[in-house]
Design a protein around this ligand. Structure first.
Ligand SMILES: [Zn+2]
Length: 207
């Protein structure tokens, strides 16, 4: 399940191209990481446009959050490392700033959103039927990563909670056992939010 640094760097460059094409990484936003086979992490460099990443824009970071080599890793590296600490089976963490998810997070005042009855729920690990309810935690934003981490960590890990969370007015985190799974969770969560918004708009139009 684990990757070496060079393979992880190539894969994260490709993730950046795909996320940029979808509007999930505007204006250098977002960050991505992979847990490597030696226990360190590949993390995107701070401030780089995700659609134009090069392999040298991927840094190696120790479990202590310190870059091994030179360069400054993403400002949100601590949130990635916290997720790897909480979930030993997680090997990839992805984060995007799509207008859809950020607008949704600002409109919802509750601390979570419940997706119910969607076929797409089966994209989440461990969910085998549409006849389920999956909770997506929503936490307030902060420039202090430890404040976000303290707020969201207690909400994560239950069987009915998605391997994902939203930071209000900021963006979406998703993770998985490997990069493919993390990307699938990201896509599914983006799709579910798009679908809920379309349904709400349609119902409002009918009212
Ligand atoms: Zn962010």
């Amino acid at each position: 399940m684990t990757m070496g640094f060079d393979d992880a760097a190539r894969a994260l460059v490709e993730i950046g191209r795909r996320f940029d094409a979808r509007g999930w990484a505007p204006a250098t936003s977002g960050n991505y990481s992979v847990r490597l086979d030696d226990g360190s992490f590949a993390v995107t460099r701070s401030g780089r446009h995700k659609g134009r990443l090069q392999p040298e824009d991927i840094l190696r970071v120790g479990a202590d959050g310190i870059v091994i080599g030179t360069g400054r890793s993403s400002a949100e590296t601590a949130l990635h490392l916290s997720l790897y600490g909480l979930f030993p089976g997680a090997h990839a963490v992805l984060h995007g700033h799509s207008a859809r998810t950020v607008g949704f997070s600002r409109a919802v005042t509750a601390s979570e959103w419940r997706f119910t009855g969607h076929e797409m729920l089966k994209a989440f690990p461990g969910i085998g039927t549409h006849d389920a309810e999956v909770r997506l935690p929503i936490v307030d934003n902060s420039q202090d990563m430890s404040v976000i981490d303290d707020a969201v960590a207690p909400s994560l890990g239950a069987a009915d909670v998605a391997p994902a969370y939203l930071i209000r007015g900021h963006g979406l985190y998703a993770w998985g056992a490997d990069l493919d799974e993390a990307e699938r969770v990201m896509e599914a969560t983006e799709w579910l939010i798009e679908c809920e918004l379309a349904e709400a708009a349609f119902r409002k139009g009918l009212a």
